[in-house]
Design a protein around this ligand. Structure first.
Ligand code: ADP
Length: 259
C-alpha cells in the first residue's frame, strides 16, 4: 500500500528518482493484482473437478460392500482431504473476492445477544466442550452482516477449542459501549507468542510448533475473519500469552450510531 511520491519542487535527480519510484510502484501493484487474479482463477478452476472427485469417492464409500479395513480407511482419508482442499479453495475465492472489492456485504441490525448464544450452543454441541457465555443484560444491536459474522464467530470458537485442551475454559463475552459492540472469544489454551501475533492474520500463516501443526487447518481462517470483519467496518484484535491463552476481540459499530 505504498503511496505515490508527489514532488513538485526538487533537484532534477530527486525528481528523476521519484519518477522511477512511481513507475516501480505501478508495476508492483499491477503484478499484485495479477497474482490475486491468478489465485482466484486457479481456485475457481480447481473447485469444480474436485467436487466431482469428492462425489465419486463418497458414492464409492456408500455403495461399496466388501471393502477391507484398509480400503475403507483409505477412502475416508481421501474424502477428508478432498473436503479440506475444497474448503481451502472456497476460502481463497472469498479472499480473492475481498481483494477485488467483489465480496458483498449485507449490513443490517444484528442482535448479538441471540447470535452469540446460538454460536455458543452450536459449538458446544458439535465439540462436546463447555462454552461459557458471559453476556451483558442490555440488548446489543450491531451493524453487521449476520451470516458472515456468524462464520467468523464459529471460526474463532473453533480455534479456541482446537488450540486448548478439554479441561481449559472457552468463554464468549458480549459487551457494549456507547458506540461499539464487543465480542471476546477467550481460551485458556496454548497462547501465541508476541512474534507470531503480528503475523497470525496473514494468509497461510500458522505457528510452526508441533502443538499447532498436528491440528487440522489451512491457516486461512484468521485472514478471512479479518477481511470479513473489516468489510463490515469492524476491527479484530488479539491479546495472548503463551501458556496462558488467547483473547480475540471483535469490535463492531452499534446499529444506532449509523443513524
Ligand atoms: P488454522 O487454524 O486453520 O491453522 P487460522 O488462520 O485460523 O488457521 O489460524 C492461524 C494460526 O494461528 C493457527 O495455525 C494457530 O497457530 C494460531 N491460532 C489461531 N487461533 C489460536 C488460538 N485460539 N490459540 C492459539 N493459537 C491460535
Amino acid at each position: 500500500n505504498a503511496a505515490k511520491l508527489e514532488l513538485h519542487q526538487a533537484p532534477d535527480e530527486i525528481l528523476g528518482l521519484a519518477q522511477t519510484f512511481n513507475e516501480m510502484l505501478l508495476r508492483l501493484s499491477a503484478s499484485w493484482e495479477q497474482q490475486r487474479q491468478f489465485v482466484g482463477n486457479v481456485s475457481h478452476e480447481l473447485r469444480t473437478p474436485l467436487t466431482v472427485v469428492l462425489g465419486y469417492l463418497q458414492s464409492l464409500l456408500r455403495r461399496g460392500t466388501n471393502f477391507s479395513d484398509y480400503q475403507k480407511q483409505a477412502l475416508e482419508t481421501a474424502i477428508g482431504e478432498t473436503e479440506r482442499t475444497i474448503r481451502m479453495l472456497e476460502d481463497l475465492l472469498d479472499l480473492a473476492r475481498a481483494d477485488s472489492g467483489n465480496l458483498h456485504f449485507s449490513v443490517n441490525p444484528v442482535v448479538l445477544n441471540t447470535l452469540v448464544a446460538e454460536v455458543a450452543a452450536m459449538s458446544q454441541t458439535v465439540s462436546n466442550r463447555e462454552i461459557t457465555l458471559v453476556s451483558t443484560d442490555q440488548e446489543v444491536v450491531a451493524s453487521a452482516d449476520q451470516n458472515r459474522l456468524q462464520q467468523v464467530l464459529i471460526n474463532l470458537v473453533d480455534n479456541a477449542i482446537k488450540y486448548s485442551s478439554p479441561e481449559q475454559p472457552v468463554d464468549l463475552v458480549l459487551e457494549k459501549t456507547e458506540k461499539h459492540a464487543i465480542i471476546h472469544i477467550c481460551d485458556g489454551g496454548i497462547g501465541i507468542s508476541l512474534a507470531h501475533q503480528n503475523r497470525i492474520f496473514e494468509r497461510f500463516y500458522r505457528v510452526d510448533e508441533s502443538m499447532t501443526r498436528s491440528r487440522d487447518g489451512t491457516g486461512l481462517g484468521l485472514a478471512i475473519a479479518k477481511s470479513l470483519i473489516e468489510g463490515m467496518e469492524g476491527r479484530i484484535t488479539l491479546r495472548s500469552k503463551p501458556g496462558e491463552g488467547s483473547v480475540f476481540t471483535i469490535i463492531l459499530p452499534i446499529w444506532n450510531s449509523q443513524l
